[in-house]
Design a protein. Structure first.
Ligand code: RFL
Ligand code: PHB
Length: 389
């Protein structure tokens, strides 16, 4: 098989890149290790920046997103029983969009199928060769059959545990990592969200988040121990803990119900530099991870896709490789700002086991400063709705 671009990974970044390339007449194949059902079973992001919404529009896959998403103009921050609103519209001319990553991924798979674009599922043993030459080769296996694909470029969109990043030689690759000493226990329930906006809650018992997917589907998280397990939490224990971490004004009206999904995610900050090696370009979680507190993972995958798509377009339409050669520097410049913001929101709102009484006082003071300072709220709003591309 020969294509212009091989995309490794059929998660949101690989699929979005694939759709944009397809529409631009650039031929690409997507290789996915799992099945479509498996990918769609993962409950992940819920908040989209305007940049990602625009990309979905540009890709011609935003019909359902436009109909079913919610628009949020602010968010609630709480500290024990105290709470306040950070209104984005006071500071930036943009809201955020609430629409599940699962739905966005489904829309992209549906569009890919209708367009007749090729996705190979259940592939294993992906190996890339000749990345420094003009014609890389990707080999893999599917159902015992060996497949060889010749291409011009490879997009590594295979997430944090993928194989693409390992193809950048260790002597070149620099990895920066911070692992947090806690995780998030998440529950999805078919109940109305407790509030019309998201609630980011800091409490003496730890962080909690009240989010949603739509008017009858709520998504909640509580900070848990890094070694905790889902079986340690009955639904009742989860609801009891959540209610203790949010102000009584919200806890009193929280509607609970059976969980339809429950999982624990570890929290990590990670960046790989560079994001390009020869003809390999990393996108999304394959190159960087943020803790979910700023709602930035999927959105930063989308900004990478934007830079890479524009660069590939320039290469194929004008035979100009300048933007491809600048891809890593351009993407990383935005990535590090997002890393900073996600680290800041995580540090602001979580309970850290190693924190002294002094550290906790400083944290409370910072939340109080955010409550009272327009400058601090402006900084949060600008970052939360998304830095420009
Ligand atoms: P993905 O989604 O991990 O997809 C990678 C795909 O590659 C496949 N793969 C391979 N395929 C072929 N060969 C191999 N060797 C392969 N190895 C792996 C995998 O099966 C998979 O299908 O990466 P991508 O596309 O870069 O997308 C990144 C986002 O999924 C991620 O950043 C977000 O989910 C992060 N995130 C959030 N991001 C936001 O922007 N807003 C949010 O509100 C938000 N909330 C969250 C989140 C992540 C969370 N968890 C579970 C970590 C909330 C949570 C709890
Ligand atoms: C979610 O709805 O899953 C969600 C929302 C905001 C975040 C993280 C996750 O910061």
């Amino acid at each position: 098989m020969r294509v212009q671009v091989v995309i490794i990974g059929g998660g949101p970044s690989g699929l979005l890149l694939g759709q944009l390339l397809h529409n631009a007449g650039i031929d690409a194949v997507v290789l996915e290790r799992k099945t479509r059902e498996y990918v769609l079973g993962r409950i992940r992001a819920g908040v989209l920046e305007r940049g990602l919404v625009k990309l979905m529009n540009d890709a011609g896959v935003a019909d359902r997103l436009k109909q079913e998403s919610l628009t949020h103009h602010g968010t609630v921050i709480t500290r024990n029983d105290d709470f306040f609103d950070v209104s984005f519209s006071n500071f930036v001319d943009a809201p955020v969009t609430v629409y599940g990553q699962t739905e966005l991924t489904r829309d992209l798979y549906d569009a890919r199928e209708s367009a007749g674009a090729v996705t190979l599922f259940n592939v294993s043993d992906v190996v890339i060769t000749d990345l420094k030459g003009k014609a890389p080769t990707v080999t893999c296996k599917q159902g015992g059959e060996a497949i060889t694909i010749h291409c011009d470029y490879v997009a590594g969109c295979d997430g944090f545990h993928g194989v693409s990043r390992q193809h950048i030689p260790e002597s070149v690759r620099q990895e920066y990592e911070k692992v947090y000493p806690f995780g998030w226990l998440g529950v999805l329930s078919e109940t109305p969200p407790v509030h019309e906006e998201l609630i980011y809650a800091s409490s003496d018992r730890g962080f909690a988040l009240c989010s949603m997917r739509n008017a009858s589907l709520a998504r909640y998280y509580v900070q848990c121990d890094i070694n905790d397990r889902v079986d340690n939490w009955t639904d009742q224990q989860f609801w009891d803990e959540l209610k203790k971490r949010i102000p009584a004004a919200f806890a009193d009206v929280l509607e609970t119900g059976p969980s339809i999904e429950k999982s624990i995610a570890p929290l990590r900050s990670f960046v790989c530099e560079p994001m390009q090696w020869g003809r390999l370009f990393l996108c999304g979680d394959a190159a960087h991870i943020v803790p979910p507190t700023g709602a930035k993972g999927l959105n930063t995958a989308a900004s990478d896709v934007h830079y890479l798509f524009e660069a590939l377009k320039l290469r194929y339409k004008e035979d100009d490789e300048t933007a491809l050669n600048q891809y890593s520097a351009k993407a990383l410049s935005r990535v590090w700002k997002v890393e900073r913001f996600s680290w800041w929101m995580t540090s602001l709102l979580h309970r850290f086991p190693e924190h002294s009484a002094f550290d906790q006082k400083i944290q409370s003071a910072e939340i109080d400063f955010l409550k009272r300072s327009d400058a601090a709220q402006a900084s949060m709003a600008i970052n939360y709705v998304g830095l420009p591309y």
